[in-house]
Structures are given as C-alpha cells and as structure tokens.
Design a protein around this ligand. Sequence first.
Ligand code: HEM
Ligand code: HEM
Length: 178
Amino acid sequence: MTLSPARYHTALVVLHWLLAGLLIVALFIGTFVLTTVPNSSPAKIDALRGHMVAGGLILVLTLVRLIVRLKTSHPAPATTGNALLDRLAPATHWALYLLVLLMAGSGIAMSVLAGLPGIVFGGVGTLPVNFDALPPRAVHGIVAKLLMLFIALHIAAALYHQFVRRDGLLRRMGFGPR
Ligand code: HEM
Ligand code: HEM
C-alpha cells in the first residue's frame, strides 16, 4: 500500500454511496412523509417503525465508516486553488459525520423520552399528540436542515472539482485499484 493512494479504501467507497442514498431518502421521507402523518393516524406507527430502523442502520453504518476512515490510508488532500477553501474542506467532512451522529442521537433521545421503543415495537401504550414538547425534537429538526445544507454544499463542491477544475475528484470516491 502506498502512503497516498489514488482512491479511498473500497469499504469506505461502498459505505459512502450506501450512506449517501440512505441519508437522502431518510431526510426526504422524514420531512415530507413522517411529519405530515398525525400521531392520531394508525399509519404513524408503521412510518415511525421504518424511520427508526433506517435511522438505527444509518448510525451503525456511520460508526463502521468512521472506524474504517480512521484505520485506512486516504488520498492526499485535493486542492481547489484557494488556500482557505482547502483548509475548510476537511472540516466540512468531519462536520458531516458529526451532523449524522447528532441526527441519530437526537432521534434516539426523542424516541426514548416518548416511550417509542415500547409503543412502536412492543405495541405497549399510545403515541403522544405530537413530539413538540420534547427538547430533542427541536434539535432533530434543526440538525436535519443543517445536514441538508452541508450535503448540498458537499455535492456542489464535488461537482465544482469534477466539472470546473476537471481534476477527476469523483474517481477518488469510485471503484478500482488504489
Ligand atoms: C448525501 C450524503 C453524503 C455524505 C454524508 C457524504 C460525506 C462525505 C465525507 C464525510 C467525505 C470525506 C471522506 C470520508 O472521510 O469518508 C466524502 C467524500 C467525498 N464525497 Fe461525499 N457525501 C455525501 C454525498 C455525496 C455525493 C452525492 C457526491 C457526488 C456528487 C459525493 C462526492 C464525494 C467525493 C468525490 C468525495 C471525495 C472527496 C476527496 O477526495 O477529498 N458525496 N463524502
Ligand atoms: C440518523 C439519521 C436520521 C435522519 C436523517 C432523520 C431525519 C428526520 C427528519 C428530516 C425528520 C423531520 C424533521 C422536521 O422536519 O422537523 C425526522 C423526524 C423524526 N425522527 Fe428522524 N432521522 C434520523 C434518525 C432517527 C432515529 C434514530 C430516530 C429514533 C430512534 C428518529 C425518530 C424521529 C422522530 C420520532 C421524528 C418526529 C416525527 C414527527 O414529529 O412526527 N430519527 N427525522
């Protein structure tokens, strides 16, 4: 293995694209489906069950990804041609991990405070009218918007590298020999 490979480790590439898909779907369904079904609807339990399982899976895969990221070598830092942007890039990558962990943490905290594990998976008890009184509910909503913003910036940066600077950045997160 060279000190500075041309690509990220294959396990990291698989996890990057799998998590990108899962996160975009979870953010979309959370915003446009989950919050529009009232807690009084029988459909809410099923929607919450799917969301909680997907959120738990995202948490586990993100932790695995973090470990793989810390234990494998990665390509030398890419350059944008601007010293400040080059310093910001790694910080935004760590921020993406942090925001995903905050999403999962606040979701779990909200669900525990509302007794959701028993209600959703054990059929014990009933849902509250809504989750608005629980502090982690506000955190979950705000962090969701921040995560969307960071993902949009991240995609814009990747496309800028690929199509404006034409430095082949996407290949670094692609499959092939390292
Ligand atoms: C949707 C959620 C996404 C998240 C949370 C995410 C997160 C990350 C993170 C944390 C890294 C740094 C490498 C690492 O430490 O794992 C990274 C790298 C990268 N991502 Fe994403 N990503 C997402 C979606 C996308 C999409 C849609 C694209 C393509 C348009 C993309 C293109 C890239 C590229 C090219 C790299 C390598 C950057 C480099 O070599 O410095 N990502 N991503
Ligand atoms: C880690 C990835 C996760 C993502 C991307 C995600 C995304 C979202 C989004 C976008 C919303 C709507 C927020 C709003 O518009 O204010 C939401 C709501 C919610 N999420 Fe998550 N979530 C995740 C994990 C979890 C976990 C692990 C749980 C519980 C174990 C959970 C439980 C909930 C609950 C109870 C709501 C409120 C639904 C309502 O107010 O009707 N989430 N989530």
